[in-house]
Design a protein around this ligand. Structure first.
Ligand code: 5GP
Length: 120
């Protein structure tokens, strides 16, 4: 597992288009792109364009409330755009126990197959 860090991540390079990503949604606040190692037929990451200290959900402060809600709304928009009409899964991994590997908050949107519960 990656060590938690507040520094730049690979997602900054994706935001700046310095490395390629398959972007499925973009606006001034949020970016959504396909996960490079998909765990479901549809596996998309939704991230804030400005990290503002939000390395993970455990670092959320009151100033982040608006962007956190907005990212969930974008997850819904992307789910609809991807045709996930029978449902989907959203996940936010946090810290070593949560198997977080990139320390720039992101929502996983997974769908296109039956998900399992409880998760492993
Ligand atoms: P985490 O494990 O932190 O919850 O999720 C990080 C996700 O980012 C992983 O699912 C991983 O496959 C994905 N990822 C890591 N590096 C890249 C990359 O360079 N491009 C894309 N599209 N996804 C990445």
């Amino acid at each position: 597992a990656a060590v938690p860090s507040d520094g730049p991540t690979i997602f900054d390079k994706i935001i700046k288009k310095e490395i390629p990503a398959t972007v499925v949604y973009e606006d001034d606040k949020a970016l959504a792109f396909r996960d490079i190692n998909p765990q479901a037929p549809t596996h998309i990451l939704i991230i804030p364009k400005v990290k503002d200290g939000l390395t993970g959900l455990s670092k959320a402060e009151e100033r982040h409330v608006e962007i956190l809600g907005y990212l969930l709304y974008v997850a819904k928009l992307v789910a609809k755009q991807e045709g996930l009409d029978d449902g989907f899964r959203t996940v936010i991994n946090d810290g070593p126990d949560g198997c977080q590997s990139v320390y720039h908050l992101h929502i996983h949107l997974l769908g296109g197959r039956q998900m399992n519960w409880p998760p492993g």
